[in-house]
Design a binder for this molecule. Structure first.
Ligand SMILES: [Mg+2]
Length: 262
């Protein structure tokens, strides 16, 4: 189906692996992409780990995404914040790794009781959140600080089939309390897709986005101008009539006949 396409962009979690489990076709698709020299990138909203750590995790599962092909939210958010906000004082709900990259981008990271000084509030997944820090973030946004969401993902899947709260759920709480919409950094917003396409040197209409999340991967890929493939794991997730992928598969293995050069 995509024999005229020149580049592929993939989501990672839920496509190639889930937690410590390799998903069907994961190993084969990576091998084919490399063997056929098909230009590709991996774009992930994961906001707690840089590309190097994601690559190491995948290597431990026997998956080889290749060097420098992972466009990871954590590695790119500093550039995004600098471009949009220059510099300033940031109140961050997120992992220490997120605070570190925002500091490295030139922003002063505020302590939990300093939200009154915030120019910017950044909300990601924060396992150390408290009622006080969540309230403080909402107060800063209500007062007029810029409000940036790392991603809209409200659930982080766990290996037992249940979930933990994702950063998107914290974003929703701040949004509800402050009454202001966030600026979205991660998928489905355009920034990470543009980063991947820029590195690939390919215009969006010549590229395909493959992912398991309708709301982030498919909506975002479509809005960016790419063709889309929805990996509807196990085929059990109810579709959304407002969001239609160009191709729906149950596993990434089903994409193999559609890859160019076969
Ligand atoms: Mg995913």
């Amino acid at each position: 189906m995509f024999h005229d396409k020149e580049a592929f962009v993939f989501d990672l979690e839920g496509v190639f692996y889930a937690g410590n489990e390799v998903l069907p076709g994961g190993v084969d698709v990576l091998r084919i992409l490399q063997a056929r020299n098909l230009p590709h990138r991996f774009v992930t909203n994961i906001s707690r780990a840089p590309a190097a750590a994601i690559r190491a995790h995948m290597a431990g599962l026997g998956l080889d995404p290749g060097e420098h092909r992972i466009v990871a939210a954590l590695d790119r958010v500093g550039r995004f914040l600098r471009r949009h906000y220059g510099s300033g004082r940031a109140y961050v709900l997120g992992a220490d790794s997120l605070k570190s990259v925002i500091a490295a981008a030139g922003f002063e990271i505020l302590h939990p009781d300093e939200e009154g000084k915030a120019d910017l509030v950044v909300v990601g997944t924060d396992e150390n959140i408290t009622y006080q820090t969540l309230s403080a973030a909402a107060r800063a946004v209500s007062r007029g600080a810029h409000f940036v969401a790392m991603n809209p993902d409200v659930r982080l899947p766990r290996e037992d089939g249940t979930f933990s709260l994702g950063g998107g759920a914290l974003v929703a709480a701040v949004h509800a309390a402050a009454g202001r919409e966030p600026v979205m950094f991660g998928k489905p917003a355009s920034f990470l897709f543009e980063e991947a396409l820029r590195e690939l040197g390919v215009d969006a209409p010549r590229a395909v986005m493959v992912g398991d999340s309708l709301r982030t991967d498919i909506v975002g890929g479509h809005n960016a101008g790419m063709a889309t493939v929805w990996v509807n794991r196990w085929g059990v997730v109810a579709g959304d009539p407002a969001v239609t992928a160009d191709l729906e598969v149950k596993t990434v293995a089903e994409l193999i006949p559609h890859l160019p050069g076969g």
